[in-house]
Design a binder for this molecule. Structure first.
Ligand code: C5P
Length: 216
């Protein structure tokens, strides 16, 4: 393998957490950001494994894709990878919670019902950092980028990240799916790069260039 050809793991999409055989909880993630990042990595000649939650997007060429549903499946798929990974890009919107128990039969809702939730494992925080491995996370918050910066910086420390991509949901800004979005790249050393009104494809290309710089 060429020296500057890196092995990159990208996660994408939401996870879905079953309630019963016909229902689940999840979030609005489409997977687009992660798929664009995987495509940008492959275009630059890197060896990419994309671990994806449910998504209707056609996977990029020259990328190994592993499909999963739940957060625990995503974690197992990552644990099952062998060999050195130079860079992890954790773009998946992993469900923070799952129903305590998946009902075996469809729950009858005539009288309503309450759902007990339990925390899912924090996947990226649980991955032991490898030597010289770059770890990139995503943070989606409600509020402006200014108001959410501190929260994102806390996540960098808590999850052992080198860089976090912050995007936010406001009444006028929808971070999900296609279109022009605002992002902030925040590094663990306090450096920051703002990306305003750009597509996820453009963000992905910039992110991959930054990751390459960090892997040098
Ligand atoms: O949901 P949260 O804001 O904590 O997500 C921040 C980062 O942590 C994201 O990169 C996400 O993929 C990752 N994450 C994870 N396992 C979870 C929840 C989030 O790896 N259970």
């Amino acid at each position: 393998m060429k020296k500057d050809r890196k092995r990159i793991l990208v996660t994408a999409g939401s996870t879905i957490e079953p309630i019963d055989p016909v229902r689940y909880i999840s979030n609005f993630s489409t997977g687009l950001a992660g798929y664009e990042i995987a495509a940008a990595c492959a275009e630059r000649g890197h060896k990419v494994c994309l671990i994806s939650g449910p998504s209707s997007i056609v996977p990029p060429m020259k990328v190994k894709v592993v499909h999963v549903s739940t957060a625990r499946e995503m974690m197992k798929a990552i644990e099952g990878l062998s060999g050195k990974i130079d860079c992890i890009v954790m773009a998946a919107a992993v469900c923070d919670f799952r129903p305590v128990k998946e009902a075996k039969r469809k729950i009858k809702t005539k009288r309503g019902f309450s759902l007990n939730l339990v925390r899912n494992p924090d996947i990226i925080a649980g991955i032991k950092p490898e030597k010289e491995q770059i770890r990139i996370g995503f943070a989606l918050e409600t509020g402006t980028i200014e108001n959410c910066r501190k929260k994102a910086l806390r996540k960098i420390r808590k999850k052992g990240l080198d860089l976090i991509v912050l995007n936010t949901k406001t009444p006028s800004l929808d971070p999900f799916g296609a279109g022009r979005k605002d992002f902030a790249l925040l590094w663990k050393d306090g450096r920051e790069k703002r990306l305003k009104g750009i597509t996820k494809k453009a963000m992905a290309r910039i992110l991959v260039e930054e990751a390459e710089r960090m892997m040098r």
